[in-house]
Write a protein that binds this ligand. Structure first.
Ligand SMILES: [Mg+2]
Length: 235
């Protein structure tokens, strides 16, 4: 039986690499090492929840070009620290130091989304060609791929900083199609983000699978899944 698609284009963060688990572990470690637990951070779980929310918002701004990389890196921590009672005067210095540690330690974490390895094994066995297309930062994404054992599954890792365009910009998708030497109808995108992965696929008429672990089904994508193993029913 011939396959409908030849190439699977995967998002990395929150789709295969478990960003929230890895990030949470890293932040707790640094809060401990910097002796911030208890004071000023009285409620670490609340701090983490606030950080996750702020970080997502900052990434949304970064992806649409309204926040630059340098600002994104410290401002997410600064906003979280200020919410938790760190004064504006000391929050910037603390955020810079915190961020320096975070960007080194976090990519070295290796938690993957449930079912990631099983579904990659399944798809590899079916001879799909797979690549990563990510808006993450070059220095972080290569470390994540290596440490979490994902490299052997992928022929290419396309990073927006190299493509000079970010998802959902059609330029990023066309650059990937060119590099793969293929046409849009031979590809399917898999990702968790409505505004980058799925909107980007829609922009170039590419089929897509929207990974929605919260169980919602509202999507502009071709398919919606709650768990990665559901991909077996599609591919
Ligand atoms: Mg993602």
């Amino acid at each position: 039986m011939s396959l409908k698609y030849e190439h699977i284009i995967w998002d990395l963060d929150h789709t295969l690499w478990d960003f929230d688990t890895n990030s949470t572990e890293t932040i707790l470690e640094i809060l401990h090492d910097f002796d911030l637990l208890g004071k000023p951070i009285m409620e670490p779980q609340k701090f983490l929840a606030d950080y996750i929310r702020i970080n997502r918002h900052c990434w949304d701004l970064y992806q649409i070009g309204e926040m630059d990389k340098a600002t994104l890196r410290y401002t997410r921590f600064q906003q979280a620290f200020e919410l938790h009672g760190v004064s504006a005067e000391s929050s910037r210095e603390l955020s810079d130091r915190f961020c320096e540690e975070y960007v080194v330690r976090c990519p070295k974490k290796n938690a993957l989304i449930d079912g990631a390895v099983e579904i990659l094994d399944y798809l590899k066995a079916k001879n799909y060609k797979m690549c990563i297309m990510t808006n993450g930062f070059i220095e972080a994404q290569h470390v994540k791929m290596h440490v979490s054992g994902l490299n052997p599954y992928f022929d290419h890792v396309f990073i927006s900083e190299n493509l000079k365009a970010k998802k959902p910009d059609p330029k990023a998708y066309h650059a990937v199609l060119n590099a793969l030497n293929t046409k849009v109808e031979n590809c399917i995108m898999i990702g968790d983000s409505a505004s980058s992965d799925i909107q980007g696929a829609v922009n170039v008429d590419m089929d897509s699978i929207h990974f929605l672990p919260d169980g919602s089904t509202e999507t502009k994508g071709t398919h919606a899944i709650k768990e990665l193993m559901e991909i077996k029913e599609i591919l």
